[in-house]
Every structure is written in C-alpha cells, then in structure tokens.
Design a protein around this ligand. Sequence first.
Ligand code: NAD
Ligand code: ZN
Length: 275
Amino acid sequence: MSGLADGVTRARRLLEEADRLVAVTGAGVSAESGVPTFRGEEGLWKSHRPEELATPGAFRRDPRLVWEWYGWRRERIGGCDPNPAHRTLARLARDRGLRVITQNVDGLHEAAAVELRASPEGGGPGDGPREVGSSGPADLPERERPLALHGSIFHVRCTACDYRAPRRDPIDASSRDSLPACPHCGALLRPDVVWFGESLDPNVLGRASSLAHGADLCLVVGTSAVVQPAASIPLATLRSGGRVVEVNPDATPLSSSAEVALRGRAGEILPKLIE
Ligand code: NAD
Ligand code: ZN
C-alpha cells in the first residue's frame, strides 16, 4: 500500500470513530475551484502583494485601489463553483454534524451546503420534501452554516456606522466618487472582511475555539497554518486530547502534530474519506 493510500485508510478510520468533528479550512480548499491562494504566483495583482492591499492603512490611503482589487476578486470568485472538497465537507456537516470553520472569504462552503440541501436527494432526515433550487443561505440549519472567521467578500459594511449587508453587484472603482456609499449615513462602504492587522470578531473566534476544543477530530484542509489566530484553532483540539488530520500538498508548521498528514489536493483526497 502506498503512503498516501495507507494514510487515507487511517484517516477514514479516525473519521468513522469520531463523534464530534470540525474542519478548519484555508485558501487551498478553494484552489481547485479556480480561486487563487495568496501565496502562489497568482496571489499577485498588478504587482501588488495581498499584504499591501488587505490592510486598513491601504484602504485609508487609497480606497479606490483597494476596491478595484476587491472588484476584481469578487468577479473572479463569483464565477467559481464549489469543488468536491467543499461538497464532501457539506455532506459531513449534514450527515455527521461536522462544523466548518473557514478562513476563506469566498462563500464556497456555504454554496456547497445550499447546493446539497437543494439537490434532489433532499435535506437531512425529517426535513420533508423540498423544492429543487428553492433554498438559500438563510434556509441552512445553524449547524450546517460555516463559521467564516475572516468575513465575506460578498458582504459590505460602513466605515462610519453599524450598517452591514450582503452585496454582489459589480463595484465601480473608476473614481473615488463612484465607490459604494452607505445608504444610512453616506460614508464609504468597505468589504466586510478582516484585514491584516485587524482583530477577528471575538464571538466568532470564541465559537470556533470552543467547537475545536470540544472536537475529537479536526480536519485541517488547505491552510498554510501561519495566519493567526486561525492557525491556532486546531491546537485547541490537540490540547483537549483530540486528533488532527491534515490535507495539504505541502508540509506546514502543523504537520508534525497531525496524526495523519495527507499530501495531496483537497478535491481529490476528501471524497476518498467518505467513499
Ligand atoms: P494560504 O494561501 O496561506 O495557504 C494555502 C495553503 O493551501 C498552502 O499551504 C497550500 O500548500 C495549500 N494548497 C494549495 N492547493 C491546495 C489544494 N488543491 N488542496 C489542499 N491544499 C492546497 O492560505 P490561508 O492559510 O488560508 O491564509 C491566507 C489568508 O488569505 C486567509 O486569511 C484567507 O482569509 C485569505 N484568502 C482567502 C481566499 C479565499 O477566500 N478563497 C483566497 C486567498 C486568501
Ligand atoms: Zn453608515
């Protein structure tokens, strides 16, 4: 048996034996959907690094440039579909109560969960008949809703008041005056994401940490495990005696603590865990 096949067998056994499951995901889980990660060559946009654009300072200095970048990302991500990795995690969420904790801002975990609920095979047990295509994120049961640690690229919030809302229409970043403005107070809107140097919502982070703490298995998929505090969430599972299974083509700082490290692409490996 090859190393990978052996690892898959061991990971399947851990998954079958576990009662409380979480998954912590990063940009790599969406790579096979065509969403670029930040680290690769494709992470650059017009020769800017994401670390130079995804910051409050960059937005203060040049909101037009930052919105232009987000407009490009929204367009690119808007054309992407969930891949078999998102779908496998959505299945585990529906059938085994797995909670998805993601660093991604692309909405693809939620899209996979909605797609699964709307599929002809229907929702979870006891949900009754559903009309195909009738469901949206609001219909997802709480337990199947991913925790988005870093927010969503398809949500905006006001830089001055409490206004926040979903928003998917194209952004006109041709001038400072065409940028989206708050319908309540007229101030500039910004993407509702957590930028480098900003704090995560303490409620979301607290829920993620307590889910990881209570889990006996944490799947860590497609994250370089260097962006804090998200990178520490799997450590809560380890500290409480649970185990970590990592899925990533490359080694990360977490690999040596993982019970099993599956070296390969998420969209190829995850479906094998539930076949
Ligand atoms: P990262 O770019 O630092 O790391 C991506 C990881 O995915 C790497 O370790 C890489 O080896 C791995 N990977 C690449 N292809 C893979 C595949 N097919 N299957 C499995 N793994 C694969 O991403 P990060 O750890 O999420 O941290 C970057 C930050 O940037 C996060 O905070 C995130 O919010 C943000 N980000 C989000 C998106 C998105 O929403 N899709 C995209 C880029 C960056
Ligand atoms: Zn406002």
